[in-house]
Every structure is written in C-alpha cells, then in structure tokens.
Design a protein around this ligand. Structure first.
Ligand SMILES: NC(=O)C1=CN([C@@H]2O[C@H](COP(=O)(O)OP(=O)(O)OC[C@H]3O[C@@H](n4cnc5c(N)ncnc54)[C@H](O)[C@@H]3O)[C@@H](O)[C@H]2O)C=CC1
Ligand SMILES: CC(=O)C(=O)O
Length: 312
C-alpha cells in the first residue's frame, strides 16, 4: 500500500469546474481525503461514487465522499468553485452581486466549524471574491488564495509554445492582473531558453496582439462553443493544490494580496507568488516595463472599483 499524504481537501461547488477539479486531483493523487459539498446533493453523492470507482487505478488510495460543512473543521485546504458562471456575452465582473451573496453564506458556514486551514478560490470574479473571503473569514491574508491568472498564464504559454514549437513548460511567461478583461502579458521578461520572446517574434506587434487577445478572450470563445470552461482551470487548481500540500515553494501566478508590491495595496490580483504549505509565502515583484506597469495600475483600479461598494 502506498503511503498516504494525510491531507484533507474539501471542495465546495461540484459543478463543471469543481467536478473536473475532483477528477484531476484523483488522477494526480494529490491528497488523502477528498470531500464534496454542493447544494445539489444527489449529483455530489453520484460524483463521489463515480470517482471512488476510479480509485483502484489512481496513484494514491484517495478517500472520496459526499459531505457537509461539518467536514470543514479539520480540512487542510478548502477549494470553492460554487456559484454562478458566465453566460455567453457576460463578463466575469457581471457575476459579482450574485456570487458575493453566495460566498458570504458559504464562508460563514465554514468558519463556524472552526476551520483554520487554507482557502483556494476559483469562482468569478475570482480576484474580488478572494478579497471577500479574506474579509469574511478573518484568516491571515496568506492563507486565502485565488486561482488568479494561473489559467491565463497557461493559455499564454500554450499559444507561445505552438508558435515556437517547444513544450509549453519550456516557455517562461506570465499573464498578470485581473483574471479578466483588464489582464496583461508581461512581454518584457517572457523568454524561451533565455531568449526574449519579443525578439523571437521579431517584435511583430500584430502577432503579439493576436497571441494576447487569443489568451485574454479564450474563455469567451470556449463559453460560446460549449457553455463553460473547466478542464484548464481544473488543472490549474490542482497545480496550486499540489504546491500548497507538497510545500513546494513554487512560483505560480495566483491571486495574492498586495501590500505595497507594484505600488498597490488592499487588493487581491494575479501576480507571481511563492506558494508552499503556509499558502502565500511571498509576492514577487517581477520587473515591468512602463507600459506594463500602466496596464497593471488600470487592472488594479478596475478591481477596486468593483470591490469597493461591498467593503466601504
Ligand atoms: N478562476 C477561473 O479561472 C475560472 C473560474 N470559473 C468560475 O467557476 C465558477 C463555477 O463555474 P461552473 O462550475 O462552470 O458552474 P456550475 O454552474 O457548473 O457549478 C456551480 C456549482 O455551484 C453550486 N452551488 C451554488 N451555490 C452553492 C452554495 N451556496 N453552496 C454549495 N454549492 C453551491 C451549484 O449547485 C453548482 O453545482 C463560476 O463562477 C465560473 O465563472 C470558471 C472557469 C475558470
Ligand atoms: C471562465 C473563466 O474564467 C475562464 O475560463 O477563464
């Protein structure tokens, strides 16, 4: 029998994103115990059964069950994917009213159990809801993490990898800012084997714009095509979960609280962040060009304008 990791993860919100995350966690054997909570109890029970039937072929004998908020008291990590998703034509920011209410009730229920672990948030608008979870829970800022631009960075690296015909993990590039329309590419430091991506693209501004727009607008394309996006984000959430539970000290573009970094504070936003068993251990201030800093400032302003009415 393989050694158990002793980590308990609770998923709240077992829709398209949450159930894909559950499947990805099982496939990668990231934790020992996995609990699924959702308003749709029947689907959560069915998914727990279905996933259990794959355990024999998984890398670890993960224990999976349908649960209730009582299961949160001793959880190491709670991942929230509950709430409304975008319909075709809606932006992520359009979801804030509905999902803020849902989050208040979910976080109150969780904190009433005495939960003292780490939150990972995926629901949109993810940066604003991550800020809200920190406020609602009162947990240390570093123990509340949003998926941020982990998915956007993956999309960007994938598109660049196609352009250069190298593996995506050999492309070193970040998308930072809001997980949404005001995000930006950090072209100034993007590289493959130490060679600047802008040089490799021969400073072709049209090509750069095309790659960026295809990154930024990928969710709209996918939602138009099949109603929702879930596999990419599920892999991103699993990557963050592994970094936390495996105490990896990995640098990932998650939504982290700024305290003066990049000249801003009082906002959660996607930036390269050191992730380990304590959650967010450090926010890195990756060098930005003047143009990139200006775009980042605008992204911060966009998020603050959305969050401020809720936290005056
Ligand atoms: N951060 C990211 O990169 C991404 C975020 N998302 C976001 O993830 C969220 C979920 O998307 P989908 O899974 O596609 O939606 P979905 O509609 O398939 O699933 C939402 C689930 O939340 C559950 N739920 C609603 N209120 C609840 C409550 N109070 N307690 C427990 N469960 C509750 C529903 O029963 C449903 O199962 C959306 O906000 C979406 O925009 C989606 C893709 C990427
Ligand atoms: C829906 C969403 O946030 C995404 O796929 O980026």
């Amino acid at each position: 029998m393989q050694k158990l990791k002793g980590n308990k993860v609770v998923l709240v919100g077992n829709g398209a994103v949450g159930s894909s995350y559950a499947f990805s966690m099982l496939n990668q054997g990231v934790c020992d115990e996995f609990v699924i909570i959702d308003l749709n109890e029947a689907k959560a029970i069915g998914d727990a059964m279905d996933l259990n039937h794959g355990v024999v072929y998984a890398p670890n004998p993960m224990r999976i069950k349908y649960g209730t908020y009582a299961d949160c008291s001793d959880a190491d990590l709670i991942v929230i994917c509950a709430g409304a998703a975008q319909k075709p034509g809606e932006t992520r920011l359009d979801l804030v009213g509905k999902n803020m209410k849902i989050f208040k009730s979910i976080v109150d229920e969780i904190m009433a159990t005495g939960f003292d672990g780490i939150f990972l948030i995926a629901t949109n608008p993810v940066d604003v809801l991550t800020y809200a979870v920190q406020k609602f829970s009162g947990l240390p800022e570093g123990r509340v993490i949003g998926s941020g631009t982990i998915l956007d960075t993956a999309r960007f690296r994938f598109l660049l990898s196609q352009e250069f015909e190298v593996a995506a993990d050999s492309v070193h590039a970040y998308i930072i800012g809001e997980h949404g329309d005001s995000e930006l590419a950090v072209w100034s430091s993007a590289n493959v084997a130490g060679m600047k991506v802008t040089d490799l693209l021969k400073d072709n501004k049209e090509k750069m714009e095309e790659i960026f727009v295809n990154t930024r607008d990928a969710a709209y394309e996918i939602i138009k095509a099949k109603g929702a996006t879930y596999y990419g984000v599920a892999m991103g959430l699993t990557r963050i979960s592994k970094a936390i539970l495996g105490n990896e000290n990995s640098v990932l573009t998650v939504s982290a609280k700024l305290n003066g970094e990049y000249g801003h504070d009082d906002v959660y936003i996607g930036v390269p962040t050191l992730i380990n068993r304590n959650g967010i251990s450090k926010v890195f201030e990756t060098p930005l060009s003047a143009e990139e800093q200006e775009k980042f400032d605008k992204s911060v302003a966009t998020l603050k304008a959305i969050q401020e009415p809720f936290f005056k």
